[in-house]
Design a protein around this ligand. Sequence first.
Ligand code: PGA
Length: 257
Amino acid sequence: MTRRPYIVGNWKMHGTRAMLSEARAIDRAAQRHMKVEVALAPPFTLIHPIHREAEQISVGAQDCHQADGGAYTGDISAAMVADAGAKFVILGHSERRQGHGESDALVRSKAQAALAAGLRIIMCCGETAQTRESGKAVAFVKKQLKASLPAPADAPADIAERITVAYEPIWAIGTGNVATTADIAEMHAVIRKLLVDLYGEEQGREVRILYGGSVKPENAAEIFAVPEVGGALVGGASLTADSFMGIALAAGEPSDH
Ligand code: PGA
């Protein structure tokens, strides 16, 4: 791993202003763990308050709309989240793909809008339990990711700085069922090859690939030791500073890759 591990908390639809104290504690702890890049993606309503106080962590959104603006009741554009202080946006999370019917093409258009607004993106991908059981997980993830990421012709030159990929098998999210290290290693290697094929050796090699799905302080070290794992996208365990920073601490430990 040549770049700093990247540990991103996805608070999903959790958090009112009462949670600002937890964000403060995460920010303070992150100042003591500079070997790790720590970030939080709270609900939209907390982006600005957390950004205003944060000294170390970066703040991001969990989604954005693909248009710059217009008659889209209830939606939020990439420029708006950037204006609120977001530096990145999570896109294509399975809870958006499944719960809101987001297609690969829609996710790709959101990615283009986010990059145009100056945001970094965390592009999620991952298969269902049925797809894995039928032996089609690799083919599915390759196809989903290729169709969701910006096409090479539309990608910024500094792709490795702007894009992170998160592999999150759907059956591992919020279930306590972590993928085996062999499965993680296989899928991350497949994703790495795809990134190199799409964006070339220099950039494709440097894009960070996160694992997500029931990452906890107890299993983090084992996951971070897997080749090509550049960090984690953390849901449930990011809601308290204790458990989230336990994961960040594991990422900062020296490993042999
Ligand atoms: P989890 O969620 O850590 O609660 O499994 C991960 C995610 O959905 O990003």
